[in-house]
Design a protein around this ligand. Structure first.
Ligand code: NIG
Ligand code: FE
Length: 424
């Protein structure tokens, strides 16, 4: 078995555990100085402080005093889509609201057209470029949703693209069925029929082919009501797909309360989450997956992250990468926003993009922290400590991404005298 000793880590920072951290626990991290990590095959064998063990036969990687954290987990993305929507920028600048663009057949529905027009292979190639970029920013595990097909065949095409990419690509992908992302144009006057299609054909087909682990719904004014969302999520649950929900993004129509009621693994957005939604999620142990780059991009307010932590709701943060409300795949930027807009501490933020992100997609047993037995997914940063990582804005601070025990170099000295800029 291949062994790799990563030594001379200036600071190693990680949450600990195999489930989501909530309340004060969210801000408690293990911080080791002068640390090392021994990887065996794809997994972490040992983590320690001070002089590394002899490890005969192991390859050695000198971290050069850099910061090490777990690989980042992006727990909410719409990775697979055709086209882009830069035309919406002008509409936004003229003040046209996001839901109005959708109601006029644009927004998500224009991406549906472009996605249907693309082959599975074309979708894979486009998403592979996004994955390259995500990986270079430190993301090692990523959730990916369907939701731009809106027919059985087209949703399955998106989900098969996710599966194929997962097999051939270093980033591990986790797939979510989001057939209830919008009402397709051809069903505009036949809402009930689309709901029947979702429950009687699409969900059974997705489950039978093992194409997704989770079932998600866009519960929003003008999209799907809380009652419709309940019906879809319960149907998904009967077919073995765990519920997730886009809730309280623009209007609080009961999505976060429903999340707790149906035992959703996570509820996403929660920009305008009411107190009853917070208590419902706290009771059920639902992870709040917050998407601050979307708030920024929509010019909206920011989710009440502090109230959630105080109420014992575990908070994760993700990019929401998609061609409309958030064409951003950089989790480092999300970390900045977590500090500056949610006013979370760097420690709480790191947990949100590692262990709690993993918990939001059912992966807390295997990733999200640096401890023996977990996958060897970690990032070496051009940073001396976690504060620096959260403080710098707009640069990619990744030096090396190690995925399943294999190092992929990105940064490194940028020329004579330019080594370790963060140390000066
Ligand atoms: O999470 N809100 C619904 N879905 C995405 C946006 C999708 C789109 O605009 O294409 C979101 O923001
Ligand atoms: Fe989303």
């Amino acid at each position: 078995m291949d062994r790799l000793l990563i030594h001379n880590i200036g600071q190693l920072v990680t949450p600990l555990g195999r489930s989501a951290r909530r309340g004060q626990e969210q801000g408690k991290l293990q911080k080791l100085q002068h640390a090392w990590v021994l990887l065996e095959g794809e997994c972490i064998a040992q983590v320690g402080e001070g002089d590394p063990p002899p490890a005969p036969g192991a390859a050695r990687l000198d971290a050069g005093g850099r910061l090490a954290t777990p690989g980042l987990v992006d727990a909410h993305t719409h990775l697979i889509f055709g086209g882009w929507r830069q035309n919406e920028l002008a509409l936004k600048l003229h003040g046209v609201p996001y839901l109005d663009i959708l109601a006029q057949g644009g927004g998500i529905l224009s991406t549906v057209q472009a996605t249907r027009a693309a082959s599975q292979q074309q979708l894979e190639e486009k998403a592979a470029r996004a994955l390259d970029e995500m990986f270079s920013f430190g993301t090692t595990t990523c959730e990916a949703k369907s939701g731009y097909g809106l027919s059985t065949q087209e949703e399955c095409k998106q989900l098969r693209a996710i599966r194929a990419l997962d097999e051939r690509y270093p980033v591990d992908l986790v797939s979510t069925f989001l057939g209830a992302h919008a009402l397709p144009q051809e069903y505009r006057d036949r809402r009930g029929e689309y709901l029947r299609l979702l429950c009687e054909e699409m969900i059974p087909a997705v489950a039978a082919e093992g194409l997704a682990e989770f079932c998600d719904v866009f519960c929003e004014t003008g999209v799907f009501t809380a009652e419709e969302s309940r019906e879809i999520l319960l149907c998904g649950r009967r077919h073995g797909l765990r519920p997730k929900i886009h809730a309280d993004e623009i209007d609080p129509i009961g999505g976060s309360q429903l999340a707790g009621e149906v035992g959703a693994i996570s509820a996403e957005h929660l920009i305008v989450c009411p107190p009853q939604g917070i208590s419902s999620m706290a009771r059920a142990g639902t992870v709040a997956c917050l998407l601050p780059a979307t708030s920024f991009y929509l010019g909206a307010s920011f989710a009440p992250a502090r109230q959630m932590i105080d109420a014992g709701v575990p908070v994760a943060m993700a990019t929401d990468f998609n061609p409309g409300s958030c064409p951003c795949l950089n989790l480092q930027l999300v970390m900045n926003l977590g500090c500056l807009k949610y006013r979370l501490t760097p420690e709480e933020v790191l947990t949100a993009v590692t262990l709690n992100g993993a918990a939001a997609i059912g992966r807390a047993q295997t990733v999200g922290s640096l401890e023996p037995g977990k996958l060897g997914d970690l990032v070496l940063w051009e940073a001396a400590d976690l504060e620096y990582l959260c403080y710098r804005l707009g640069s990619n601070l990744v030096h090396t991404v190690i995925k399943r025990g294999r190092p992929h170099m990105y940064g490194g000295p940028k020329g004579p005298g330019r080594e370790n800029v963060w140390q000066n």
